[in-house]
Design a protein around this ligand. Structure first.
Ligand code: ATP
Length: 254
């Protein structure tokens, strides 16, 4: 892990988003250190999703700036932000059920290589992409299912596949929106391991409600409440912070 205190891949300053006079996010300062796993947590309605949408520029801020790898992105369009290496993982609906697991990864790789024209014109390109797709499936233990329709995968494996299609884009910073949502108990550990594996050499910012997962995975935690930063620190620090405990207990969300 890079221990350089000043090496922040992402820095948001004074980030705010107003919806018809109501601030969903207000004056948020967020700094994400390179090569760490950083969690964004908070009770329901705290502004986590809005923050994610601002950081990926799907929403434009009412106020504030976002610097990714030294470059202002708050006015950029989401596609160019993704191209520059800040990628949000898509939800399971992004997995094409009728296509095989391998084909799903290949399509993601093709999106990255932008060989669109050649892709459709020249079947050989598929084999070049196949090698890389198989490598990625191997990395996450999905090789056995390479030729199975993605729709046949268990929910947990679909989540892993969805992460692989994100990794295929070779992001420097990956935003994961509740990666454990809807997973059965038995799927949590494999998906956690997968996140740890893909985080190597990258940076991960995740919204997650499962505190055990956060405790185990995350180097740094930012707690939001009512659109503002309530606390920041390691899991050990924020989980014992009386203001954080109050925010969760107050919202009946222990
Ligand atoms: N497009 C919108 N228009 C109006 N209000 C919105 C909009 N999007 C979000 N909000 C409001 O902003 C606040 C923050 O919502 P947001 O979805 O960002 O919170 P969250 O922390 O992700 O919540 P949850 O954990 O429930 O997903 C909520 O009060 C929500 O109702």
């Amino acid at each position: 892990m890079n221990k350089n205190e000043d090496d922040y891949i992402l820095q948001a300053k004074g980030l705010s988003k107003q919806f018809r006079g109501f601030y969903a996010v207000k004056g948020v300062d967020l700094r994400v250190r390179r090569h760490t796993i950083h969690a964004l947590i908070g009770p329901n309605g705290a502004g986590k999703t809005t923050c994610f949408n601002l950081l990926t520029t799907f929403l434009k801020p009412t106020e504030g700036t976002i610097v990714f790898n030294g470059r202002h992105i708050e006015k950029s369009d989401p596609a160019s932000v993704a191209d520059s290496g800040l990628v949000r993982s898509f939800q399971i609906s992004a997995v094409f059920s009728q296509m095989t697991v391998l084909e799903n990864v290949r399509v993601a790789l093709q999106r990255k290589t932008r060989w669109n024209y050649a892709f459709w014109r020249n079947q050989n390109v598929l084999h070049v992409l196949d090698d890389r797709a198989r490598e990625l499936l191997d990395m996450v233990g999905l090789t056995r299912w390479a030729d199975a329709p993605a729709g046949d995968l268990s929910y947990g494996r679909k989540r892993v596949l969805e992460l692989v299609t994100t990794i295929a884009l070779e992001p420097e910073l990956i935003l994961l929106d509740e990666p454990m949502a809807g997973l059965g108990h038995e799927d949590i550990e494999p998906v956690m391991q997968m996140i740890q594996r893909v985080a190597k050499g990258r940076t991960v910012l995740m919204v997650e409600h499962n505190m055990k997962v956060i405790a185990e995975l995350c180097d740094q935690v930012t707690v939001l409440q009512s659109g503002q930063v309530l606390a920041e620190g390691t899991y050990a620090q924020v989980s014992t912070d009386p203001r954080v405990i109050e925010a969760y207990v107050g919202g009946a969300h222990v």
